[in-house]
Design a protein around this ligand. Sequence first.
Ligand SMILES: [Zn+2]
Length: 290
Amino acid sequence: MNRNVYVRSVKFFFTGLLAAFLLASCGSVFLTGRKQLMLVSDQEVLALSLQQYRSFMDSAEVVVNSADAEMINRIGRSIAESVENFMTFNGRAHELENIDWEFSLVKDNSVNAFAMPGGKVVVFTGMLPVAESEAHLAVVIAHEIAHVIAKHSTERISQQIALQFGGEIAGGLLASSSETKRSIATAVFGLGAQLGVMMPYARKQEYEADELGLLFMAMGGYHPQEATAFWTKMSAAGGTAIPEFLSTHPTDAKRIAKIQQKMPDALYYYKGPGIINRTTAPIVKDTKVL
Ligand SMILES: [Zn+2]
């Protein structure tokens, strides 16, 4: 074998290896089908994020035994249960294995809410007067549930690893020690420095969370049209003091137009509060990649 042939075959081997590796490290988002780069496992992300979530909750003033806290929990449970039933019916139960939902209200005047892997959703009391109604809180919570189901945090950590290693993805993964992953996760979740201020999701992930959130709130018995009203209200908010949620969720005409586009799909899942049989609903046509 001359040298050129040898070099070519070695290159061919490694390209094949990389392709196989990338194939193995890709996931796809439930319902939207969008392909994702996944370089860390659910278990790894969970180990890193739960640690941060627990220390956040230890230092936070968690509201318990109040009507508002119960409402947050009720909305979250209702939507999450519907989504779980729907996913189980459609053969995706294995994606729920590492999720143990917790819906908490934290006393903090920030207009904010966030979700962490494993189904940990936190709403700040500052969000209550802005959202105003249970249906509008359902928009926020369904959107956060969507970030969890779509594993946006895992994707974000994977993208950071890929970035940090300059596109040498396979090498990056091999080189990324658990210490590296921990520091990346700390940067991504950022719960240490400032309460609930996390690295913003990419715009594509935000649109995806809007789309899935719309379907999920409908499955949970909340009218999806409330989402348009909520985001329109959010976009009108701001002024001198831009709410935290708005700063990570820039709301413009495009965002609202995209939500409107998905409204017919969402209405398909909406059967009205109290009379829902969403566990046996088939997946509505192929939802387009955003
Ligand atoms: Zn979001």
